[in-house]
Write a protein that binds this ligand. Sequence first.
Ligand SMILES: NC(=O)c1ccc[n+]([C@@H]2O[C@H](COP(=O)([O-])OP(=O)(O)OC[C@H]3O[C@@H](n4cnc5c(N)ncnc54)[C@H](O)[C@@H]3O)[C@@H](O)[C@H]2O)c1
Length: 326
Amino acid sequence: MARLYDSRKRILVTGGAGFLGSHLIDKLLAQGHDILCADNLFTGTKRNLEHLHNHPRFEFLRHDVTFPLYVEVDEIYNLACPASPVHYQHDPVQTTKTSVHGAINMLGLAKRLKCRIFQASTSEVYGDPSVHPQREDYWGNVNPVGPRSCYDEGKRCAETLFFDYCRQFGLAIKVARIFNTYGPRMHPADGRVVSNFLIQALKGEPITVYGDGSQTRSFCYVDDLVDGIVKVMESPDGFTGPVNLGNPDEFTIRELADRVIAETKSRSKIETRPLPCDDPKQRQPDISLAKSALGWWPKVPLEEGLKETIGYFRALLAAETRAKGE
Ligand SMILES: NC(=O)c1ccc[n+]([C@@H]2O[C@H](COP(=O)([O-])OP(=O)(O)OC[C@H]3O[C@@H](n4cnc5c(N)ncnc54)[C@H](O)[C@@H]3O)[C@@H](O)[C@H]2O)c1
């Protein structure tokens, strides 16, 4: 039930102990809202929320979204889901359950509360795209039976559920397709390209490039992405998405490796490895819709975002070294 006595919202963020979720919570708290974070800590960590210990408007609930949740809130951001291939392939059945049962449970909650609900979808719904850059009206090229399918198809099914709840029950849904994002609080062992390269460079280990490194990616800094997520949630009634959120500046993986080496002043050398199964060759968002409908586009250049992220990983590695010495 909506509160009558103040305009501050009670907001549920699932997956809030993760990389994106914890930054989203910081932003929503800064806007003055009350936050309930529900997370099973599968890939997230309490360290990401440490600074909110004793915050009067923040509450943490250890909860798995594959089970129903009965709480009273005014808005729901559904981010719970492991996002990196090493994590989502660790228990693929649980990954599909998290996307599909998690969506059903959160949509059921939103239906009962008659509240807005945001879904963190992904550029992976486009699979290995045959059109470039990807617009929202491209239906994708996804392998339904490969090792990445638990994530890709789980997220596609979640989108279907969101749109069916909207059509069937008139639910106010907001769906964003998030492209590669990086920044502080990324999991250091998540196997994603930015964290991999940064850790390798900072440790002076070889930088492992899969394939010949000519495959391209676009990288969005987390602050830009979180601004976009909130803009999607605050968009006018009737705007459902799906809308792409990402940075269209495209780099080859090789270029990224070179920049990381330069920014960290590392002596690491580049080593090549075979390309993993179903690895997309190109990925670049078309963000025309986000620009026209939301007035959103990314502002932080790669060098600036890398500097912040390098600072975070340097501090993390130093803390690990200190802990080993104690
Ligand atoms: N980071 C990116 O580049 C990116 C790109 C596309 C989409 N996304 C989506 O954004 C969301 C957040 O991604 P992230 O990068 O912060 O990943 P993350 O792994 O850091 O965070 C995911 C969070 O969800 C939690 N979680 C996982 N399964 C759960 C379950 N069953 N119940 C409750 N909590 C659960 C984890 O413990 C973690 O805290 C995900 O839905 C992901 O698919 C992220």
